[in-house]
Design a protein around this ligand. Structure first.
Ligand code: OSB
Ligand code: MG
Length: 368
């Protein structure tokens, strides 16, 4: 497989409703797609982070430079940019897992298309469809939140995740439990908004039978999460703090988390995400597939990952309509609370030329 061209397309898609978390409010998905052309096949990927480094340290403009100036030259120097060779070639560049994942995934897509193999088959996925949860942002009032949750449940979502922050935690959780009952699979995500000094307050959440509390404390502070887990009955789940299978192994060994949110981009790509799945499965720790409000280009490969056997909890892999009035690909549609796992070669989906043209705000030739 010879690399012939790499193109970066900035895209902007309006969200159907603003998404508020403890770190900020998003009203559109602004990111870039990578399009690689080889002598055998083409590949696509989506950069998962945002224009501002609020969820993680990486951001759109920075990732473009990292890919253009540091990652792509190393990959282009390889005799063949195969998936097995690409990650080692990029390893000397420190960090930047999301940028690395974008480049690796586009090349993996091209390689799998050349073989005629789906990503799901490559990863070892075992399900044809995966259960869909939905991540519900912070609202201005509890009645507004209850309306949103009611609508998502009516659409068929089988698990609800509430974004929380200090001042928006026990009250909304109690209201959702009272309204929708104890059987509703319910979890919360704080996106690092608390400190250990809040442990007694967070313990109040133990009354509500939550599946998990996601990333309550500061990013990368695995020790503090272990101290918190000792004081909580609710399982701690790590998101921001896990960047690799090694991190997952450390966190599990320290009992800093009893569940792991696997976002392939956050850990440098699909092969590394598979390793986290394997490490967690070996310890009996359930994992689930997180999301970053992806377009169809990022959602398709996440669905393949979510179909691995250790993904025993519903993911944040919601239908396209939860995010966008119009997606850049054919939309993923909820059926019976599930989304289909793509079966076509590679990530199994392509941008629709017309939608791509309308959502693209700038195009850069990175390699030719
Ligand atoms: O912390 O899981 C998160 C969205 C953007 C950035 C971080 C997170 C999220 C979500 C939504 O919770 C997940 C999704 O629906 O894609
Ligand atoms: Mg999270």
């Amino acid at each position: 497989m010879k690399l012939e061209r790499v193109e970066l397309l900035h895209v902007a898609l309006p969200l159907v409703t603003p998404f508020r978390t403890s770190f900020g409010t998003m009203t559109s998905k602004d990111t870039f797609l990578l399009h690689v052309v080889t002598d055998e096949a083409e590949g696509w990927s989506e950069f998962a982070a945002d224009p501002e480094p609020l969820y993680c340290s990486e951001f759109v403009a920075g990732a473009e430079i990292v890919i253009r100036d540091f990652l792509l030259p190393r990959v282009a120097a390889l005799p063949e940019p195969t998936t097995a060779a690409v990650a080692p070639a990029m390893a000397s560049v420190k960090g930047h897992e999301l940028a690395k994942a974008a480049l690796e995934t586009a090349l993996l897509d091209a390689e799998l298309r050349a073989y005629g193999m789906s990503l799901a088959t490559f990863l070892g996925s075992v399900h044809e469809r995966v259960p869909a949860g939905v991540s519900v942002g912070i609202k201005n009032s509890v009645p507004e939140l209850l309306d949103d949750v009611e609508r998502y449940l009516a659409e068929g979502y089988i698990r609800i995740k509430l974004k929380i922050e200090p001042g928006w935690d026990v009250e909304p959780v109690r209201a959702v439990r009272e309204r929708f009952g104890d059987q509703l699979p319910l979890q919360v995500d704080a996106n690092t908004a608390y400190t250990l000094a809040d442990a007694e307050h967070l313990r109040k959440l133990d009354d509500f039978g939550l599946l998990l509390i996601e990333e309550p404390l500061e990013e990368n502070n695995i020790h503090a999460h272990a101290q918190l887990q000792r004081r909580l009955a609710t399982p701690v789940c790590l998101d921001e703090s896990i960047h690799s299978a090694r991190d997952a192994a450390s966190a599990i060994a320290m009992d800093a988390c009893r569940v792991v949110n696997v976002k392939p981009a956050r850990v440098g790509g699909y092969p590394q995400a598979r390793r986290i799945h394997d490490v967690a499965a070996a310890h009996g720790v359930p994992v689930w597939c997180g999301g970053m409000l992806e377009t169809g280009i990022g959602r398709a490969p996440n669905l393949a990952l979510a179909a691995l056997p250790g993904f025993t909890l519903p993911g944040d892999t919601s239908a396209s309509s939860r995010y966008f009035a119009e997606d850049i690909t054919e939309p993923f549609v909820l059926q019976d609370g599930h989304l289909p796992v793509p079966t076509a070669p590679g990530i199994g989906i392509d941008p629709l030329p017309d939608a791509l043209a309308r959502f693209t705000t700038a195009t850069r030739e990175l390699y030719a």
